[in-house]
Design a protein around this ligand. Sequence first.
Ligand SMILES: [Zn+2]
Ligand SMILES: [Zn+2]
Length: 154
Amino acid sequence: MTARAPRRKRSIAFVCEGCDTPTYQGLEGPSAPVVCPGCGRASALAGPGAGDSPRRVDRCLRCGLDRLYRQKDFNRKIGLGVFAVAAILSVPTWGLSLLAATSIDLLLYALLGDVTICYGCGAQHRGFERNPAHAPFDLHIAEAVDREPRAVRG
Ligand SMILES: [Zn+2]
Ligand SMILES: [Zn+2]
């Protein structure tokens, strides 16, 4: 097993404005409007601007905003399962397995990679190269953008 994460396919996920259905779209093929599986509403993607690297997300591919933040693409269900097991095991081992669980979490973090999220619309971009211009979520930027992003749930 290698420590390097496999290159993930580029994709975008956002919540439909019409019916709140989470909508996912792969970005490896030719760009096409995203059609919501819930209500059939088609949303055109802004796509990268001229001169932007297609492998890096410089602005939101949905709404075109250049305010984005980065977070670990962490699956909470996996994490909670790991911690539940560790909490049971930690009784006889005096907390050593909690340490192990933390290590496993860090490993999962490394394997899962980043997700880049738009401050404006909440769209999640996956599979892109890390953009050094993007920092973790900053409430001040979110307030400056002053929109209501729709978080993608599930
Ligand atoms: Zn919809
Ligand atoms: Zn956006």
